[in-house]
Design a binder for this molecule. Structure first.
Ligand SMILES: [Ca+2]
Ligand SMILES: [Ca+2]
Length: 127
């Protein structure tokens, strides 16, 4: 193996190792989030799979430049979910925990619609 080939092989190995480490870190917090909120609605669990609970750009969880308010709060609290639950990160009038566990809305997006029927909607169907 020539010296040049050895250098190319070493650089490739370094890049692969870095990429694997980055992917592992981002899937770690996604899995931790889904483990904590096991009964969160399917819409939010899918959003978590694509990094959209904490980021504004899908599938780009390694980039902290696109964190939303909820993602920033988690980052500043060392990824402590409990510490972020009582806050209203997107200032839409609902706490992060309420959005995740009750309303099925994104805690980092003030305009996220819910796909879960509210009690008022259900009552109006049966009137
Ligand atoms: Ca909120
Ligand atoms: Ca929201």
């Amino acid at each position: 193996m020539t010296r040049k080939n050895l250098l190319v092989a070493s650089l490739s190995l370094c890049l692969l190792t870095y990429a694997a480490g980055t992917a592992q870190a981002t899937s770690g917090i996604k899995n931790n989030w889904k483990s904590r909120y096991t009964t969160a609605c399917a819409t939010l669990r899918t959003a978590a799979d694509h990094c959209l609970i904490c980021h504004t750009v899908p599938d780009n969880g390694a980039d902290i430049d696109n964190l939303n308010g909820y993602g920033l709060l988690l980052m500043n609290n060392n990824r402590n979910f409990a510490a972020a639950e009582s806050a209203d990160s997107d200032t839409d009038g609902r706490t992060n925990l309420q959005e995740i566990m009750t309303d099925c809305t994104n805690p980092g997006d003030a305009t996220s619609p819910t796909d879960e029927a509210t009690w008022g909607t259900m009552k109006s169907i049966y009137r």
